[in-house]
Design a binder for this molecule. Structure first.
Ligand code: TXA
Ligand code: MG
Length: 332
Protein backbone atom coordinates (compact mmCIF):
# COMPACT_ATOMS: atom_id res chain seq x y z
CA UNK A 1 0.00 0.00 0.00
CA UNK A 2 2.78 2.39 0.94
CA UNK A 3 4.44 1.67 -2.42
CA UNK A 4 1.17 2.39 -4.23
CA UNK A 5 0.78 5.75 -2.52
CA UNK A 6 4.38 6.63 -3.34
CA UNK A 7 3.90 5.72 -6.99
CA UNK A 8 0.81 7.96 -7.16
CA UNK A 9 2.66 10.83 -5.49
CA UNK A 10 5.48 10.44 -8.01
CA UNK A 11 3.04 10.97 -10.87
CA UNK A 12 3.30 7.32 -11.85
CA UNK A 13 0.57 4.73 -12.32
CA UNK A 14 -0.39 1.60 -10.38
CA UNK A 15 -2.88 -1.24 -10.81
CA UNK A 16 -5.15 -1.52 -7.77
CA UNK A 17 -8.02 -3.84 -6.91
CA UNK A 18 -11.50 -2.37 -6.57
CA UNK A 19 -14.64 -4.28 -5.63
CA UNK A 20 -15.71 -4.41 -9.30
CA UNK A 21 -12.58 -4.99 -11.41
CA UNK A 22 -8.92 -3.95 -11.11
CA UNK A 23 -8.25 -0.32 -11.99
CA UNK A 24 -5.19 1.41 -13.40
CA UNK A 25 -4.78 4.37 -11.08
CA UNK A 26 -3.25 7.83 -11.50
CA UNK A 27 -3.52 11.19 -9.74
CA UNK A 28 -6.65 12.62 -11.39
CA UNK A 29 -5.34 16.18 -11.14
CA UNK A 30 -2.01 15.35 -12.77
CA UNK A 31 -2.54 15.36 -16.54
CA UNK A 32 0.87 13.85 -17.23
CA UNK A 33 0.23 10.93 -14.89
CA UNK A 34 -3.16 10.39 -16.53
CA UNK A 35 -1.51 10.39 -19.95
CA UNK A 36 0.53 7.38 -18.81
CA UNK A 37 -2.69 5.47 -18.18
CA UNK A 38 -3.82 6.06 -21.76
CA UNK A 39 -0.42 4.99 -23.03
CA UNK A 40 -0.21 1.77 -21.00
CA UNK A 41 -3.73 0.75 -22.01
CA UNK A 42 -3.35 1.89 -25.62
CA UNK A 43 -6.60 3.65 -24.97
CA UNK A 44 -7.79 6.25 -27.48
CA UNK A 45 -7.82 9.75 -26.03
CA UNK A 46 -11.51 10.22 -26.80
CA UNK A 47 -12.43 7.72 -24.08
CA UNK A 48 -12.90 9.43 -20.68
CA UNK A 49 -11.85 7.90 -17.34
CA UNK A 50 -13.73 7.38 -14.10
CA UNK A 51 -12.55 9.47 -11.15
CA UNK A 52 -12.57 7.76 -7.75
CA UNK A 53 -13.06 10.02 -4.77
CA UNK A 54 -12.06 9.23 -1.21
CA UNK A 55 -15.32 10.08 0.54
CA UNK A 56 -18.95 10.84 -0.26
CA UNK A 57 -18.20 14.53 0.15
CA UNK A 58 -15.35 14.11 -2.32
CA UNK A 59 -17.90 14.25 -5.13
CA UNK A 60 -17.80 18.04 -4.80
CA UNK A 61 -14.06 18.09 -5.50
CA UNK A 62 -14.67 17.01 -9.09
CA UNK A 63 -18.33 17.78 -9.81
CA UNK A 64 -19.65 21.30 -10.18
CA UNK A 65 -23.31 20.51 -9.74
CA UNK A 66 -24.67 17.63 -7.75
CA UNK A 67 -28.44 17.33 -8.10
CA UNK A 68 -30.35 16.28 -5.03
CA UNK A 69 -31.18 12.89 -6.44
CA UNK A 70 -27.47 12.32 -7.07
CA UNK A 71 -26.81 13.10 -3.40
CA UNK A 72 -29.44 10.59 -2.40
CA UNK A 73 -27.88 7.96 -4.66
CA UNK A 74 -24.43 8.68 -3.22
CA UNK A 75 -25.84 8.25 0.29
CA UNK A 76 -27.41 4.95 -0.62
CA UNK A 77 -24.78 3.32 -2.83
CA UNK A 78 -21.38 4.81 -1.91
CA UNK A 79 -18.90 3.45 -1.30
CA UNK A 80 -19.85 1.02 -4.03
CA UNK A 81 -20.31 0.06 -7.64
CA UNK A 82 -22.26 3.08 -8.83
CA UNK A 83 -20.69 5.74 -11.08
CA UNK A 84 -22.46 9.06 -11.63
CA UNK A 85 -21.90 11.28 -14.64
CA UNK A 86 -22.06 14.90 -13.43
CA UNK A 87 -21.06 18.38 -14.63
CA UNK A 88 -17.33 18.65 -14.08
CA UNK A 89 -15.33 21.25 -12.21
CA UNK A 90 -12.89 23.17 -14.39
CA UNK A 91 -9.95 21.88 -12.30
CA UNK A 92 -10.44 18.34 -13.61
CA UNK A 93 -7.97 18.06 -16.50
CA UNK A 94 -9.47 17.66 -19.96
CA UNK A 95 -7.50 14.51 -20.58
CA UNK A 96 -9.48 12.78 -17.80
CA UNK A 97 -12.84 13.60 -19.33
CA UNK A 98 -11.73 13.53 -22.96
CA UNK A 99 -12.81 17.14 -23.23
CA UNK A 100 -16.39 16.47 -22.09
CA UNK A 101 -18.26 18.89 -19.85
CA UNK A 102 -19.06 16.00 -17.57
CA UNK A 103 -17.05 13.73 -15.29
CA UNK A 104 -17.78 10.17 -14.21
CA UNK A 105 -17.35 9.77 -10.43
CA UNK A 106 -17.48 6.92 -7.98
CA UNK A 107 -16.17 5.91 -4.56
CA UNK A 108 -14.73 2.42 -4.35
CA UNK A 109 -15.69 0.15 -1.46
CA UNK A 110 -12.57 -1.99 -1.69
CA UNK A 111 -10.74 -1.76 1.68
CA UNK A 112 -7.31 -1.66 0.10
CA UNK A 113 -8.28 0.87 -2.57
CA UNK A 114 -9.92 3.02 0.10
CA UNK A 115 -6.84 2.99 2.27
CA UNK A 116 -4.58 3.96 -0.63
CA UNK A 117 -7.03 6.68 -1.72
CA UNK A 118 -7.31 8.06 1.80
CA UNK A 119 -3.58 8.09 2.35
CA UNK A 120 -3.00 9.68 -1.05
CA UNK A 121 -5.71 12.20 -0.29
CA UNK A 122 -6.61 13.21 -3.83
CA UNK A 123 -9.09 11.94 -6.42
CA UNK A 124 -7.79 9.00 -8.45
CA UNK A 125 -8.52 8.49 -12.12
CA UNK A 126 -8.76 4.77 -12.86
CA UNK A 127 -10.12 2.90 -15.84
CA UNK A 128 -10.17 -0.89 -15.83
CA UNK A 129 -6.58 -2.25 -15.86
CA UNK A 130 -6.73 -3.97 -19.25
CA UNK A 131 -5.58 -3.12 -22.75
CA UNK A 132 -8.20 -1.19 -24.65
CA UNK A 133 -11.05 -3.35 -25.95
CA UNK A 134 -10.03 -6.38 -23.90
CA UNK A 135 -11.75 -7.95 -20.90
CA UNK A 136 -11.54 -6.21 -17.53
CA UNK A 137 -9.17 -7.95 -15.10
CA UNK A 138 -10.81 -9.50 -12.06
CA UNK A 139 -7.61 -10.85 -10.49
CA UNK A 140 -4.01 -9.77 -10.06
CA UNK A 141 -2.85 -12.41 -12.53
CA UNK A 142 -5.27 -11.09 -15.15
CA UNK A 143 -3.68 -7.64 -14.71
CA UNK A 144 -0.27 -9.22 -15.23
CA UNK A 145 -1.57 -10.88 -18.42
CA UNK A 146 -2.80 -7.49 -19.68
CA UNK A 147 -0.16 -5.02 -18.54
CA UNK A 148 3.00 -6.76 -17.36
CA UNK A 149 6.08 -4.73 -18.22
CA UNK A 150 4.02 -1.64 -19.02
CA UNK A 151 3.46 -0.26 -15.53
CA UNK A 152 5.71 0.06 -12.49
CA UNK A 153 3.47 -1.60 -9.88
CA UNK A 154 0.61 -4.07 -9.62
CA UNK A 155 -1.05 -4.59 -6.25
CA UNK A 156 -2.47 -8.10 -6.12
CA UNK A 157 -5.34 -8.79 -3.74
CA UNK A 158 -6.81 -11.84 -5.45
CA UNK A 159 -10.28 -11.92 -7.02
CA UNK A 160 -12.64 -8.95 -6.99
CA UNK A 161 -16.07 -8.98 -5.38
CA UNK A 162 -18.35 -8.22 -8.30
CA UNK A 163 -16.34 -9.29 -11.32
CA UNK A 164 -17.94 -6.72 -13.61
CA UNK A 165 -17.56 -2.97 -13.91
CA UNK A 166 -19.65 -0.43 -12.03
CA UNK A 167 -23.08 0.72 -13.12
CA UNK A 168 -22.80 4.11 -14.84
CA UNK A 169 -25.75 6.49 -14.71
CA UNK A 170 -26.72 10.00 -15.70
CA UNK A 171 -29.32 11.73 -13.56
CA UNK A 172 -31.72 14.55 -14.23
CA UNK A 173 -33.62 16.15 -11.42
CA UNK A 174 -37.30 16.94 -11.68
CA UNK A 175 -38.20 20.54 -12.45
CA UNK A 176 -38.21 21.75 -8.87
CA UNK A 177 -34.86 20.85 -7.37
CA UNK A 178 -34.58 21.23 -3.65
CA UNK A 179 -38.03 19.92 -2.84
CA UNK A 180 -38.24 17.06 -0.41
CA UNK A 181 -39.40 13.68 -1.52
CA UNK A 182 -37.72 13.50 -4.92
CA UNK A 183 -38.17 9.78 -4.94
CA UNK A 184 -39.94 8.54 -8.00
CA UNK A 185 -39.59 11.80 -9.90
CA UNK A 186 -36.03 12.09 -11.14
CA UNK A 187 -34.88 10.67 -14.46
CA UNK A 188 -32.09 8.14 -14.28
CA UNK A 189 -30.42 6.87 -17.44
CA UNK A 190 -28.27 3.76 -17.18
CA UNK A 191 -25.30 4.26 -19.53
CA UNK A 192 -23.65 0.97 -18.55
CA UNK A 193 -25.45 -1.82 -16.70
CA UNK A 194 -23.60 -3.17 -13.68
CA UNK A 195 -23.81 -4.48 -10.12
CA UNK A 196 -26.23 -1.78 -8.97
CA UNK A 197 -29.36 -2.95 -10.73
CA UNK A 198 -32.22 -1.14 -12.48
CA UNK A 199 -34.50 -2.64 -9.84
CA UNK A 200 -32.49 -0.96 -7.07
CA UNK A 201 -32.33 2.38 -8.88
CA UNK A 202 -36.09 2.51 -9.41
CA UNK A 203 -36.59 3.67 -5.84
CA UNK A 204 -34.93 6.95 -6.84
CA UNK A 205 -36.67 7.81 -10.07
CA UNK A 206 -37.74 6.77 -13.51
CA UNK A 207 -35.04 4.52 -14.92
CA UNK A 208 -34.27 4.00 -18.58
CA UNK A 209 -31.48 1.88 -19.99
CA UNK A 210 -29.66 3.77 -22.73
CA UNK A 211 -29.64 2.23 -26.14
CA UNK A 212 -26.23 1.73 -27.75
CA UNK A 213 -26.24 5.24 -29.02
CA UNK A 214 -28.15 8.09 -27.50
CA UNK A 215 -28.66 11.27 -29.43
CA UNK A 216 -26.61 14.13 -28.01
CA UNK A 217 -24.63 11.68 -25.89
CA UNK A 218 -20.94 11.23 -26.60
CA UNK A 219 -20.11 7.81 -27.96
CA UNK A 220 -18.24 6.17 -25.10
CA UNK A 221 -16.19 3.06 -25.83
CA UNK A 222 -17.57 1.12 -22.86
CA UNK A 223 -20.66 1.31 -25.01
CA UNK A 224 -18.99 0.56 -28.31
CA UNK A 225 -20.43 -2.51 -29.94
CA UNK A 226 -17.17 -4.42 -29.79
CA UNK A 227 -15.56 -4.27 -26.36
CA UNK A 228 -14.70 -6.58 -23.47
CA UNK A 229 -13.75 -9.11 -26.12
CA UNK A 230 -11.64 -12.28 -25.98
CA UNK A 231 -9.33 -12.98 -28.93
CA UNK A 232 -11.24 -16.16 -29.75
CA UNK A 233 -14.50 -15.46 -31.62
CA UNK A 234 -17.45 -15.62 -29.24
CA UNK A 235 -20.97 -16.53 -30.30
CA UNK A 236 -23.88 -15.65 -28.02
CA UNK A 237 -26.95 -17.87 -28.22
CA UNK A 238 -29.47 -15.14 -27.40
CA UNK A 239 -32.47 -17.18 -28.31
CA UNK A 240 -31.53 -20.54 -26.86
CA UNK A 241 -29.73 -23.68 -27.98
CA UNK A 242 -31.84 -24.08 -31.12
CA UNK A 243 -29.93 -21.27 -32.82
CA UNK A 244 -26.67 -23.21 -32.89
CA UNK A 245 -25.34 -25.11 -35.88
CA UNK A 246 -21.88 -26.67 -35.46
CA UNK A 247 -19.45 -26.62 -38.34
CA UNK A 248 -17.59 -29.78 -39.29
CA UNK A 249 -14.09 -29.97 -37.83
CA UNK A 250 -14.38 -26.87 -35.64
CA UNK A 251 -13.54 -26.98 -31.92
CA UNK A 252 -15.97 -25.32 -29.54
CA UNK A 253 -16.01 -24.40 -25.85
CA UNK A 254 -19.21 -23.68 -23.94
CA UNK A 255 -19.72 -20.83 -21.47
CA UNK A 256 -22.70 -22.13 -19.54
CA UNK A 257 -24.93 -20.47 -16.96
CA UNK A 258 -26.03 -23.40 -14.80
CA UNK A 259 -24.68 -26.41 -16.65
CA UNK A 260 -28.10 -28.06 -16.44
CA UNK A 261 -28.86 -31.07 -18.66
CA UNK A 262 -32.36 -29.76 -19.26
CA UNK A 263 -31.18 -26.41 -20.59
CA UNK A 264 -30.30 -28.15 -23.84
CA UNK A 265 -26.77 -26.83 -24.41
CA UNK A 266 -24.60 -29.65 -23.04
CA UNK A 267 -25.22 -32.10 -25.87
CA UNK A 268 -25.38 -29.61 -28.76
CA UNK A 269 -21.92 -30.68 -29.88
CA UNK A 270 -18.91 -32.45 -28.42
CA UNK A 271 -17.54 -29.52 -26.46
CA UNK A 272 -13.79 -29.19 -26.10
CA UNK A 273 -14.47 -27.62 -22.70
CA UNK A 274 -17.51 -26.61 -20.68
CA UNK A 275 -17.25 -23.89 -18.04
CA UNK A 276 -20.25 -23.34 -15.80
CA UNK A 277 -20.61 -19.90 -14.21
CA UNK A 278 -23.11 -20.80 -11.50
CA UNK A 279 -23.47 -24.55 -11.15
CA UNK A 280 -26.80 -25.92 -9.97
CA UNK A 281 -29.41 -23.29 -9.27
CA UNK A 282 -27.96 -20.49 -11.30
CA UNK A 283 -27.30 -17.32 -9.37
CA UNK A 284 -26.65 -14.21 -11.41
CA UNK A 285 -24.23 -12.43 -9.02
CA UNK A 286 -22.15 -15.60 -8.78
CA UNK A 287 -22.14 -15.86 -12.57
CA UNK A 288 -21.07 -12.20 -12.90
CA UNK A 289 -18.14 -12.69 -10.53
CA UNK A 290 -16.76 -15.48 -12.69
CA UNK A 291 -17.67 -14.12 -16.14
CA UNK A 292 -14.41 -12.44 -17.19
CA UNK A 293 -12.08 -14.96 -15.52
CA UNK A 294 -13.85 -17.86 -17.25
CA UNK A 295 -13.82 -15.98 -20.56
CA UNK A 296 -10.06 -15.59 -20.12
CA UNK A 297 -9.63 -19.31 -19.42
CA UNK A 298 -11.67 -20.28 -22.46
CA UNK A 299 -9.76 -17.76 -24.55
CA UNK A 300 -6.53 -19.57 -23.63
CA UNK A 301 -7.68 -22.94 -24.98
CA UNK A 302 -7.12 -22.22 -28.63
CA UNK A 303 -10.60 -23.39 -29.68
CA UNK A 304 -12.21 -22.03 -32.84
CA UNK A 305 -15.17 -20.52 -31.09
CA UNK A 306 -16.47 -19.81 -27.61
CA UNK A 307 -20.23 -20.34 -27.43
CA UNK A 308 -22.08 -18.52 -24.65
CA UNK A 309 -25.56 -19.28 -23.38
CA UNK A 310 -28.00 -16.40 -23.03
CA UNK A 311 -28.66 -15.19 -19.47
CA UNK A 312 -31.90 -13.95 -17.91
CA UNK A 313 -32.00 -10.17 -18.25
CA UNK A 314 -32.99 -9.12 -14.78
CA UNK A 315 -30.87 -7.96 -11.86
CA UNK A 316 -27.18 -8.22 -12.65
CA UNK A 317 -28.11 -10.48 -15.61
CA UNK A 318 -28.65 -7.28 -17.60
CA UNK A 319 -24.96 -6.40 -17.15
CA UNK A 320 -23.85 -9.95 -17.99
CA UNK A 321 -25.79 -9.89 -21.26
CA UNK A 322 -24.49 -6.40 -22.05
CA UNK A 323 -20.88 -7.60 -21.70
CA UNK A 324 -21.53 -10.80 -23.66
CA UNK A 325 -23.17 -8.90 -26.53
CA UNK A 326 -20.17 -6.62 -26.82
CA UNK A 327 -17.78 -9.56 -26.52
CA UNK A 328 -19.62 -11.48 -29.22
CA UNK A 329 -18.54 -11.48 -32.81
CA UNK A 330 -21.81 -13.17 -33.59
CA UNK A 331 -25.20 -13.47 -31.90
CA UNK A 332 -27.82 -16.00 -32.77
O1 TXA B 1 -15.98 -0.56 -12.03
C1 TXA B 1 -15.50 0.33 -12.74
O2 TXA B 1 -16.17 1.25 -13.17
C2 TXA B 1 -14.00 0.22 -13.07
C3 TXA B 1 -13.22 0.39 -11.77
C4 TXA B 1 -11.74 0.38 -12.01
O3 TXA B 1 -13.62 1.57 -11.14
N1 TXA B 1 -13.63 1.23 -14.02
C5 TXA B 1 -13.98 1.17 -15.32
O4 TXA B 1 -13.46 2.19 -16.07
O5 TXA B 1 -14.67 0.30 -15.79
P1 TXA B 1 -13.40 2.20 -17.66
O6 TXA B 1 -12.62 3.39 -18.01
O7 TXA B 1 -12.88 0.90 -18.12
O8 TXA B 1 -14.86 2.40 -18.09
C6 TXA B 1 -15.47 3.63 -17.82
C7 TXA B 1 -16.51 3.95 -18.83
C8 TXA B 1 -15.94 4.13 -20.23
O9 TXA B 1 -16.74 3.42 -21.14
C9 TXA B 1 -16.06 5.62 -20.45
O10 TXA B 1 -16.24 5.90 -21.81
C10 TXA B 1 -17.25 5.98 -19.59
O11 TXA B 1 -17.10 5.18 -18.45
N2 TXA B 1 -17.22 7.39 -19.16
C11 TXA B 1 -16.24 8.02 -18.49
N3 TXA B 1 -16.52 9.32 -18.33
C12 TXA B 1 -17.72 9.52 -18.90
C13 TXA B 1 -18.57 10.66 -19.07
N4 TXA B 1 -18.22 11.86 -18.62
N5 TXA B 1 -19.73 10.50 -19.71
C14 TXA B 1 -20.11 9.28 -20.17
N6 TXA B 1 -19.35 8.17 -20.04
C15 TXA B 1 -18.18 8.28 -19.42
MG1 MG C 1 -12.71 -0.66 -19.30
Amino acid sequence: MAAAVEVLRDGEIVALPTETVYGLAADAFNAEAVAKVFEAKERPSFDPLIVHVTSRRGVDEVALEVPEVARALVEEFWPGALTLVLKKRPEVPDIVTAGLETVAVRMSAHPLFRKVAKEFGRPIAAPSANRFGSMSPTSGSAVVAELDGRIPLIVNDGGTNWGIESTIIRVEDPEEPGVKGLKGKAKITVLRAGPVTVEELKKFGKVTVAAKEVEGEPVVPGRLESHYAPKTPLRLLESGPAGFVAEEGKRYALLSYRGGEKDGYLDLVEWEEVKVLSPGKGKLPEAAVRLFSVMRQLDGLGVDEIVAEGFPEHGVGLAIMDRLRRAASECS
